[in-house]
Design a protein around this ligand. Structure first.
Ligand code: HEC
Ligand code: HEC
Length: 308
């Protein structure tokens, strides 16, 4: 019962401040245009992988506005399967840390990870840099923008600058937050009310409706697929971090199936009902889940020009 009390405390304090719980995405995301253009080239470039077959975009597509690969877990070089579902790159600039376990503090730190991860791009920076230096276009661009040779630091900096442009503004929900009461229909408003009343907003709030705190996966029941996935514990070895993960963003969530770190939940309605069961210790009815899903669909934003 301690858990229930703790959670209702979160829920109550959440509701008290419900007015300021959510923030719309900026309509004009700030980033350096020239650096982002270089970052986009690198993001699309398979030369950043060990065998020249995989680029960032393979696992984080852009044009459909999802920022994911739509797979339960990603496929890296030589068809290797990774252990977890790929989170979206869209709006990642607003995450308080990167990765499920928060092991990267910034987008730039994060970008070095996949390049050298043996299951993902399986390269080493010295070889990547050597390859890029064979391309006069890159040599020229790095000189122009960084007044320097091609380095790991500049590569990851440019990629991070590109990711700063990956923001999806003007969702129906953002229009609603900015004061347009008609931006949501009755069903969507009902879903938003349920989202607050049931306690979802205790963990999914802020500008990204998530990604601003760590929480335990499986507060009321043991979360599926956590035998080999212990969240932050793997990083800190601290018992109290067991199964704690960065709460995922819900922006564009209707575009990023399948769900959860395991990627084994195929549809949003099931995911919503599972959240009720594992995180809140309640049963969400089919009808309630339909309304919450209708609300979650209003979080789909516009795909920025640079990503088309
Ligand atoms: C083989 C597939 C794959 C490739 C290639 C890949 N990623 Fe990822 N990406 C993932 C997976 C899986 C995760 C989650 C890993 C984890 O949390 O342990 C992830 C996490 C991320 C995150 C963190 C998002 C969040 O909410 O925590 C960002 C940002 C990101 N990737 C950007 C990139 C960039 C930039 C590149 C290219 C340099 C790249 N990825 C290449 C699969 C991939
Ligand atoms: C106590 C915190 C908490 C509460 C309350 C909570 N969630 Fe979550 N939510 C999480 C965490 C943690 C995850 C990631 C779990 C994992 O995959 O290991 C998550 C994941 C999700 C996902 C999947 C995201 C993805 O990218 O795969 C959806 C959808 C979701 N939550 C919706 C909801 C809804 C709707 C509610 C209310 C019914 C809710 N959540 C209540 C913490 C919470």
């Amino acid at each position: 019962m301690l858990k229930k009390t703790l959670l209702s405390t979160i829920v109550v304090s959440t509701l008290l401040s419900a007015g300021s719980l959510f923030t719309p995405l900026p309509q004009d995301s700030k980033y350096d245009k020239a650096e982002a253009a270089l970052g986009k080239q690198l993001y699309m470039d398979t030369r950043l992988s060990g065998d020249g077959t995989v680029a960032c975009v393979n696992c984080h597509e852009l044009s459909m506005g999802s920022g994911v690969d739509g797979l339960p877990t990603s496929t890296g070089i030589r068809g290797q399967k990774g252990p977890v579902n790929a989170p979206t790159v869209y709006n990642a600039r607003f995450n308080f840390v990167q990765f499920w376990d928060g092991r990267a503090a910034s987008l730039q730190d994060q970008a070095a990870g996949p390049v050298e991860n043996p299951l993902e791009m399986g390269a080493k920076f010295p070889e990547v840099i050597k390859r890029l230096k064979e391309d006069e276009n890159y040599v020229k661009l790095f000189q122009e923008l960084y007044h320097d040779d091609i380095t790991k630091e500049h590569i990851t900096h440019a990629i991070a600058e590109f990711e700063k442009a990956l923001v999806t503004p003007n969702s129906k929900f953002d229009q609603f937050l900015r004061g347009d009461q008609n931006a949501l229909n009755d069903m969507e408003k009902k879903g938003f009310k349920l989202f607050n009343d049931k306690g979802c907003a205790a963990c999914h709030n802020g500008i990204n409706l998530g990604s601003n705190l760590y929480q335990k996966a499986g507060i009321f029941e043991k979360f599926p697929e956590t035998d080999n996935f212990t969240g932050r514990y793997a990083l800190t070895k601290d018992e109290k971090d067991k199964y704690f993960v960065k709460v995922p963003t819900l922006r564009n969530i209707a575009r990023t199936a399948p769900y959860f770190h395991h990627g084994k939940t195929p549809d949003l309605k099931t995911a919503v009902m599972q959240m009720g069961y594992y995180q809140l210790g309640i049963t969400i009815t089919l009808e309630e889940a339909d309304a919450i899903v209708a609300f979650l669909k209003t979080l789909n934003g516009e795909v920025p020009e640079i990503a088309k």
